[in-house]
Design a protein around this ligand. Structure first.
Ligand code: SF4
Length: 394
């Protein structure tokens, strides 16, 4: 039985880092580290002003105790029948003194109202910690909150590649269920271009060991990150890594080249050409083509992706494969004339359409107006415009 100290003896707030995967939107966020151990990827600005710090197990446990105190307060507003007194929760929230306390109470309430079963460990590279320190935190977390069913974390591929399957098996035993890793590409040329600090062989080794240790693996692929010069390498290299590793999930994160990044500087100086939306969709199609039979599920769960409906199992097994449907969605998109693809890109990037099928709702007058608005831009100008739009979403 875990002893939890009384509220007045405990810190009033707990730490929360800046990012989490979209699939962890309903998860409790528990910060175990701050920042990223690498911090040199040429497309990334998230932790540019943050020096990496790993918190001690005692310090994280103190945060867990603080969360437990908030959970106790929140649960007081649930009836024996399991119904929540939302007005009471809101009234409690309004009585809290500081913004930080309100944020902490809100996060715990939001988590418990959504079953309180999933936790995401932040920040960018939690698995830089020794398995002992991480296991200590995981075990304590599950003791304090026995209802937890899934604990996940980010891990940087190069760092993950230094650990063997036994390391991951120990973390699995302690409670870690899934690792999210931003592979971005499986092409060594692209990985060098973006200064990812990892090779495709390290990605494969890391992925295989994670899976052998019994932990689910969710990797991220960035269509278009290699620019026009490396668009073929990006898709074919990534497909090779997927075939070798067979991650549980392949999550699509369409490349957005943000002003202020090194890659954007290379674009401005003419050393990097932005991929078009069509290039990026072609890369996804090629990856699907080249990965038939893997046990991976392709997931499109971010608004930067153009064709959100391209989702599903990559296995070629009749009955459980979505390959044909995904390829058909892409082929239907390319069957549209280029001007109409631009119309869809514009509407999608400005959140006025979700799927190409939404274009069926446009009137003849709207079509005319939109086609006139998009057709004259030269390709490089259009591609830069679309890049600007998606940069707003990251
Ligand atoms: S490893 Fe991830 S968090 Fe770190 S710099 Fe690269 S993209 Fe950013």
């Amino acid at each position: 039985m875990i002893q939890i100290s009384e509220p007045e003896e405990r810190n009033r707030t707990f730490r929360v880092g800046p990012i989490r995967p979209p699939s962890e939107a309903d998860s409790l966020l528990l910060q175990v580290t701050n920042g990223c151990t690498w911090n040199k990827c040429r497309f990334c600005t998230i932790y540019k002003d943050t020096t990496f710090k790993a918190f001690s197990a005692d310090s994280v446990k103190q945060d867990i105790d603080t969360i437990a105190a908030y959970a106790q307060q929140v649960r007081a507003y649930r009836s024996l029948a399991g119904l929540w007194d939302i007005d009471g929760l809101n009234e409690h929230l309004s009585r809290l003194v500081s913004d930080e306390e309100r944020q902490c109470f809100y996060m715990v309430a939001n988590w418990l109202l959504r079953d309180g079963e999933n936790v995401f460990l932040q920040d960018g590279n939690t698995t830089a910690l020794s398995s002992g320190r991480l296991s200590d935190v995981l075990i304590y977390l599950k003791q304090v909150f026995p209802q937890i069913k899934r604990i996940t974390s980010y891990g940087r591929a190069e760092n993950l590649s230094r650990h063997d399957a036994a390391y991951f098996a120990e973390l699995k035993e302690a409670g870690l269920d899934r690792i999210h890793s931003g592979y971005e590409s499986g092409s060594d040329e692209v990985l060098q271009l973006i200064n990812k600090g990892v090779t495709s062989e390290q990605e494969i080794r890391a992925g295989r060991n994670i899976k052998a240790g019994g932990i689910e693996l969710s990797i991220y692929f960035m269509p278009g990150i290699g620019g026009k010069d490396l668009t073929v390498q990006n898709s074919e290299g990534t497909a090779r890594v997927i075939r070798e590793v067979q991650p549980d999930f392949l999550r699509i994160r369409t490349a957005a080249i943000k002003p202020g990044t090194e890659l954007y500087g290379m674009y401005e100086s003419g050393d990097y050409s932005l991929c078009s939306d069509d290039d990026k969709v072609r890369e996804i199609r090629r990856v699907i083509e080249l990965t038939e039979g893997v046990t991976t599920t392709l997931v499109s769960d971010h608004m930067v992706n153009l064709l959100q409906e391209v989702n599903g199992s990559l296995s070629g097994n009749p009955g459980d494969s979505d390959r044909a449907e995904m390829l058909q969605l892409i082929d239907d998109y390319f069957a549209m004339p280029e001007t109409d693809r631009r119309v869809f890109q514009l509407l999608r990037r400005t959140l006025r359409a979700y799927s190409p099928s939404d274009l069926e709702n446009l009137t003849a007058a709207q079509w005319q107006q939109l086609r006139d608005a998009v057709r004259d831009d030269p390709p490089d100008v259009w591609d830069a415009k679309m890049n600007d739009y998606i940069c707003r979403y990251i």
